[in-house]
Write a protein that binds this ligand. Sequence first.
Ligand SMILES: O=P(O)(O)OC[C@H]1O[C@H](O)[C@H](O)[C@@H](O)[C@@H]1O
Length: 500
Amino acid sequence: MAGGAFDGLRAHAARLSGTPLRKLIETDPARACDFALRVGPLYANFARQRYDRAALDELFALAEAADLPGAMRKLLDGAPVNATEGRAALHTALRSDLSRQAAARDAYVEASEVRVRMRRMIEALEASEITDIVSVGIGGSDLGPRLVVDALSGAARRRFRVHFLSNVDGSAAQRALAGLDPKRTAAILISKTFGTQETLLNGRIVRDWLGDDARVYAVSANVQRAGDFGIAPERILPMWDWVGGRYSLWSAVGFPIALAIGMDAFENLLAGAAEMDGHAQAAPLQQNLPARHALTAVWNRNALGAATQAVLPYDERLKLLPNYLQQLVMESLGKSARLDGAALREQTVPVWWGGAGTDTQHSFFQALHQGTQVVPADFIGVVHGDDPYAENRKALLANLLAQTEALANGSTSDDPHRAYAGNRPSTLILLDALTPQSLGMLIAMYEHSVYLQAVLWGINAFDQFGVELGKQVASRLLPALNGDSEADDPVTRELLARLR
Ligand SMILES: O=P(O)(O)OC[C@H]1O[C@H](O)[C@H](O)[C@@H](O)[C@@H]1O
């Protein structure tokens, strides 16, 4: 969006500044229902956001001006939306056949063929003695599978136990392998580039520990490098340049997911995401859940000036969602240059952080209720659990409702220490149940919201040049740690002397 495009939003925020959330809802109680959207098993209520109908109209006008529906089309059709790297971002083709363009449809067919291979590999592993899988990868090659496996594995013993190894810290490898039997363990090395330091070092540790190449698998867009590492072609599953790492769990990067929950459940996860793709593409702006979520994010960031955003799953199974979303959102939207290279005049991504309720009520919620900063929050709840403790779920849901209400409405007191200002905005997202389908929908909802926020800000959601500099400096400093070279920076030199 051109500079000044958000001035209209700020004018609405100024108009509303004297009207707390409690008042907004009191004067327009129908918003409790009107500001909610449902897509299949997913329900989202935006009534506790600090906008009214007039401000919302301004947001929709902004969405029209930015042509969000057209942008969605471009994504699905494989237009080069990753402009700085001159390529498409076709993660939707990993699960949906919604494109009218041949290249995107070919991508869909190719992805389906890889899933057929993946299914056969899983069947072979199921017929073997293997009981444990170690998944080695980092960033986008780790966070998505880790989240989904943790969320959907359930309490029952499954065919495979799946373990994740990401950190280059050797203690992570030591802990991941502790208690495992190399004869009954297989490893999957997941790396889009197959050039990531952490994954290659950990991959070597695991391969040596296994003592046998035959149980090492790979998922990579660089099949050549995976082969050079010593992995046989029949154990390498491909991915492609047109899938961003943080958007890749739907590809063969999801191999550990399919091993943990079964290939059919993995297909259901993809089907849920495909349902959200269809909704994102077809629903008019006013009913479009990812668009509403993206517009709300822009409202909170650019009209209210919120510098952080909390994500608070009220479900133990979703406790890794904040970690996953930190990469998806902050790597995608942490940019200071517009697509055309010009400097941004508006703020982009806030800091995303969070954790699972109710635990977090007893750690950082004090700051949410009475801190000087207003922190908008996404609360996520699941209506029906799959555990046998119905009373606990009721308590969990009561806490979820109580927190969103208390944050919004606050409470007065003559004692300033006991007063709650309220007026803390939140969105409440409810899943009927946590299933592969509903989780796929939820994740795809966030993916599309992130992309649409990028469109509204005029930035590229699909590059991440910001992570390169630190890697380059680290590779220069590795020999310096051994004493084979010296650092130029005086502070680093001093620190190196302590570390050597
Ligand atoms: O999958 P890989 O090529 O090993 O990359 C793993 C991760 O590392 C990089 O530094 C990027 O910041 C991430 O976007 C990526 O997911």
